[in-house]
Every structure is written in structure tokens, then in C-alpha cells.
Design a protein around this ligand. Sequence first.
Ligand code: PXP
Length: 246
Amino acid sequence: MRLGVNIDHVATLRQQRKGTFPDPLEAALVCERAGASSIVCHLREDRRHIQDDDVRRLKRAIHVPLNLEMSVAEEIVRAALSIRPSQVTLVPERRQELTTEGGLDVVRLTRRLRPLVAKFQDEGISVSLFVDPDGAQVDASRSAGARIVELHTGRYAQARTTASRERELNALIRAAEHAASLGLAVAAGHGLDYDNIEPITAIAPIEEVNIGFSIISRAVFVGLEQAVKEMVAHVVTPRPYAAAPA
Ligand code: PXP
């Protein structure tokens, strides 16, 4: 399994003083050195953390693929097509949210997404759709032409009882197996941390996890390189495969 590290919150910290430090590019280079297989950032419409110039500088300087999370707003699509990251991950976006809440409603948006997905892919940019672990959303993602889905792990991460966590984990297993059976590559992310990552690594169809907040938070105490290395250790030594219960 691969680890994509989301560096948005390095920029969140910088934007507190609107200066140049800490620099998300410098952070990305440390993440690479520590074993991240891609760098993820989200160019939000409100430019709350990552700025257009950050994405340009990341694209120029990093050596691993750049995965740009983005909404489908026209202005952001134009920026992405001009910067040309290796991959875009299309996510829903609401102004007041603390972070991305819920997956993209691909079932409702299939017709709107189809030409957009095709446009990015024609430009050589891979497209992933960030969806809830729901069979209908996975089907719609395929129908929209995407070749990758990222399953939203937020409900799993937030489950407070053993029973609800098991239920959410099983939903992820079923959605991952379904996506793989349709020929889609499968990623997962949101709310994953050092304590809840292990069962996710046991889901064989999931090829990649994208993690931000927990890694950047741990970096406050142990440094970024160490925080990434610790997560890499979890992710590259997965637990035995858990098949979906009947
Ligand atoms: N994947 C996607 C599509 C996201 O939108 C986010 C949050 O920006 C993440 C992964 C990372 O989530 P977290 O910061 O909770 O690890």
C-alpha cells in the first residue's frame, strides 16, 4: 500500500501569519525523503491554506506524483488544467466546513462529471473521485469515466463504538471490492491516524491511503520526517487481508 501525505495544514499554519513560513514545499520534500509515495494538497475555492503558487512550486520541485484535491468549480478547473498535476481528486466543497465533509455525490453529478473527467484524462491527468463507501457512488464513478475512486473513511474514523466501527469498516471493504471488480483503482482517506489505520491496511483492493491531519499534528511533537516514517511503517506492512463478510 502507498502513502500519500496531505500537506494542507503546513499551509494552514503559514496562513496564520500570511508569511512564507512554514513552507509546504519544504514540508513536501521532507515527506518524500521519509517515504511518502505522493504529495496531496487541496486548492480550496476560499484559498484557506494552499495557494495557487504553492501548487505551481510543488509541481515543479517534487519528485513523486502531485495529487491535487479540488472542487469542480470552473475557476479551480482552469487553474488545475494550467498547473497540470499528475492527478486530480475531485471532492465536494462547502464554504463553512472545517474539512471535506462527505464524498462527492457522483450519482447526482454523473452527467456533469463525464466531460470534465474526459478533459483531464485527455490532458494526461489521472482523475480520482472521492466518494462515500457506497456501491451506487462507485458504479456512478465508473460511469463518469474515472479510473480511480478514493473511499471516504470519515465515518469509519469517527465511529465511537466497536459495532459502528465494524459496520463502517465492512462498508469500506465491500465498496473497495466492488470498485476493484469494476476495474477501478482504489484509494482511501480522511480522518485516518496512527490508531485506526491498521484495519484499513488489511483491505487488499486499497492501493493507497491519503493522510494529512494526523501526520502534521504528530510532527509537532516528533518532527515531520519521523511522523511520516511512522505512518509509512504502518502502511507498508499491512495486516492479513480481511474479506468482506457475507
Ligand atoms: N483525502 C481527501 C480526498 C481529503 O479531502 C482529505 C482532507 O483534505 C484527506 C484525504 C486527508 O484527510 P485528513 O487530513 O483527515 O487525513
